[in-house]
Design a protein around this ligand. Structure first.
Ligand code: HEC
Length: 337
């Protein structure tokens, strides 16, 4: 939604009223985190030492991405969009670099709560680039947030990479048979396989091609149990297109674009090259695939930006970060207002 001057004024006035009080963002600390173009570096690539020399250290010493890439995430993005060789094997991982794609941009992240709701605000300048094919002609920008409640091992270690496999649609080992799978319709695989967690599969091939385990689905009962245990990633998405609705879904055995009931609003506006996107969500989990956010608990969060009408894997992503309410030790401290 593009905000006109008038609606901005209105929001400003309403914002002063108690009932609709959004946080005073000028009082909420902002953290600058990099979003970068990851190429097809799926979980199987990240956790295979022949591809990524850090794999063993990650698994044995429990080191997450930020431990090593806090500073150089920008360089990774720049290498990927240029189609340069990367990883342990010094091989070209991104073989189809999108024309004119920017490699990375810093995103200013703010988080607040008022005891009832969570508020997130993201601000960034469009990555330099443009001229890409409009893969999603409806939405110039999609902004997605995913978080878990620190129960999924892959998420703790890798953030969003837990959901990204080498056999997803547009990834190197994607299967051509996805659409004819009996579950394809129910799982929303019209355009191919979407994100999933290893929790939902009876084995995922980590090294030999084709990597992944898209068709090794666990039983419905097992998947239902994982959902009940909170072993999923909650997902919220802002979509900039006219008439497009915000998404409140989750990722477990597939990427579900509905089910959630906690998201109240997802709004965004563009001024010049600068984008601002905000989310408002109840702290309580209200629907399917909604986590409850409570004090004293740790969450892992990551975000992704599809800009320039990009789709599928052609986004900029953050590494995984910890998030907690009123905890200065968390990477993203959700402060009380
Ligand atoms: C223990 C340190 C360490 C951790 C943890 C780590 N990496 Fe790396 N990563 C490296 C090193 C070193 C390289 C350079 C190439 C190599 O040796 O594989 C690299 C390379 C990469 C590359 C290719 C770009 C390049 O410059 O070669 C990507 C993409 C990448 N890492 C992503 C990640 C992600 C995503 C995570 C978390 C899921 C992660 N890394 C965790 C150390 C680490």
């Amino acid at each position: 939604m593009k905000m006109t001057k008038l609606s901005l004024l209105l929001v400003g006035c309403l914002g002063a009223g108690a009932a609709l009080a959004a946080p005073d963002w000028s009082k909420v600390p902002a953290k600058k985190l990099p979003a970068f173009f990851p190429g097809p570096s799926g979980l199987e690539w990240i956790l295979n030492k022949d591809d990524h020399s850090a794999a063993n250290q990650m698994l044995e010493k429990n080191r997450s991405c930020v431990y090593c890439h806090d500073e150089d995430a920008v360089d990774i993005g720049n290498k990927m969009v240029a189609g340069k060789p990367v990883g342990n094997a010094k091989a070209q991982l991104e073989t189809t670099p999108p024309k004119g794609k920017g490699g990375a941009m810093p995103v200013s992240v703010q988080a607040a709560h008022d005891g009832k709701k969570l508020y997130l605000r993201f601000e960034w300048e469009a990555a330099k680039g443009g001229g890409e094919k409009k893969a999603d002609p409806k939405n110039e920008v999609k902004f997605t947030v995913m978080f878990d409640e620190n129960k999924v091992q892959d998420v703790k270690l890798t953030g969003c990479w837990a959901t990204c496999h080498m056999d997803l649609r547009t990834m190197p080992d994607a299967s051509a048979n996805a659409k004819s799978n009996p579950k394809a319709k129910a799982l929303g695989w019209d355009d191919g396989v979407t994100k999933y967690l290893r929790e939902s599969r009876n084995g995922v091939e980590m090294t030999k091609k084709p990597r992944g385990g898209w068709d090794k689905l666990k039983s419905d009962a097992d998947i239902e149990a994982a959902l009940k245990d909170g072993k999923f990633l909650d997902l919220m998405q802002f979509r900039s297109g006219k008439g497009e609705k915000p998404v409140d879904g989750y990722v477990l055995e597939s990427r579900h674009m509905d089910g959630g009931k906690s998201l109240v609003k997802a709004e965004g506006s563009r001024q010049g090259n600068k984008w601002v996107v905000t989310f408002e969500r109840t702290l309580a989990g209200a629907g399917k695939g909604d986590h409850t956010l409570a004090e004293g608990k740790k969450y892992n969060i990551g975000f992704a930006i599809h800009e320039d009408y990009a789709n599928a894997r052609f986004h900029h992503v953050s590494l995984g970060y910890s998030m907690a309410l009123d905890d200065p030790k968390a990477d993203i401290n959700v402060v009380k207002q």
